[in-house]
Design a protein around this ligand. Structure first.
Ligand SMILES: [Cu+2]
Length: 140
């Protein structure tokens, strides 16, 4: 008995093999990537240095806080400016536990919160009173 392999079968086999190789290559590429790393500090929004040697971190409060993470200089007095603009969600109820701040922001406006100089490696969190929205300032 003779087994005949038609041209179509060969074509299909080649195609299947090609797809398989692509799939394996894809999986290999994905798994070969380094394990998820934190965004390097250089790529994050930075505090704005002021002429008087202080720095300003600006965060917008509206359906959450943005940017979520800001990098600031250690050992530097920091003014945190929280900007609201027709903000009617719970992000107006802000706490910054590290500096003992707890308050209701105006629906629109800028609220300044002073943060004394922090050691490198300190992370200060701002969080809505319900704990659902948060932002972070990383001092480096
Ligand atoms: Cu909330």
């Amino acid at each position: 008995m003779q087994v005949t392999i038609s041209k179509t079968t060969i074509k299909n086999l080649t195609l299947a093999l090609g797809v398989l190789i692509l799939a394996i290559l894809g999986i290999w590429l994905i798994s070969a990537r380094p394990a998820s790393q934190e965004t390097p500090a250089n790529d994050l929004p930075q505090a704005e240095a002021q002429a008087d040697g202080t720095q300003v971190v600006q965060v917008t409060a509206k359906v959450g806080y943005s940017p979520a993470v800001t990098v600031a200089k250690a050992d530097t007095p920091t003014k945190l400016k929280v900007v609201t603009n027709n903000t009617y969600d719970c992000s107006i109820a802000l706490t910054v536990p590290a500096v003992g701040y707890r308050g209701m922001l105006p629906y629109s406006g800028t609220t300044e919160i002073d943060i004394p100089p922090q050691k490198a490696g300190t992370e200060i969190q701002g969080v809505c009173t319900m704990g659902m929205y948060r932002f972070q300032i990383k001092f480096i």
